[in-house]
Design a protein around this ligand. Sequence first.
Ligand SMILES: [Zn+2]
Length: 127
Amino acid sequence: MIAEPMRDPIVREFLLAFWKIHILHHADEQGIYGQWMLEELQRHGYRLSPGTLYPMLSRMAARGWLRSAEPKRSKAARIYRLTPRGQDVLNRIRESLDELYREVGGPRPTPHHSGPERRKRRQPAKS
Ligand SMILES: [Zn+2]
């Protein structure tokens, strides 16, 4: 069962933005449709409902970042692709991601408290 994601403050504050970055990225690669995107996000460990994804796609299209063509057949999926404006957004986000990753991501430095100096100090003194 899918919980109501919008009630989760972590979803609202962070994950929503992560999902939108995924959308921009994949819309750039190949063009996406809703069901495919839901499965792709699930592959990444995010379970969101169509009720979360579809309004997000519409909002991104309304902002001019994605464009969608009216499907040829009424039952066919609506395909979204990145627009030049969306491309600018994606480029900007990538710079921010790189910058953030340099500080927050990547291999963690060895914590100070496990360094040899501290460890020695923590040993009980024996004589
Ligand atoms: Zn992905």
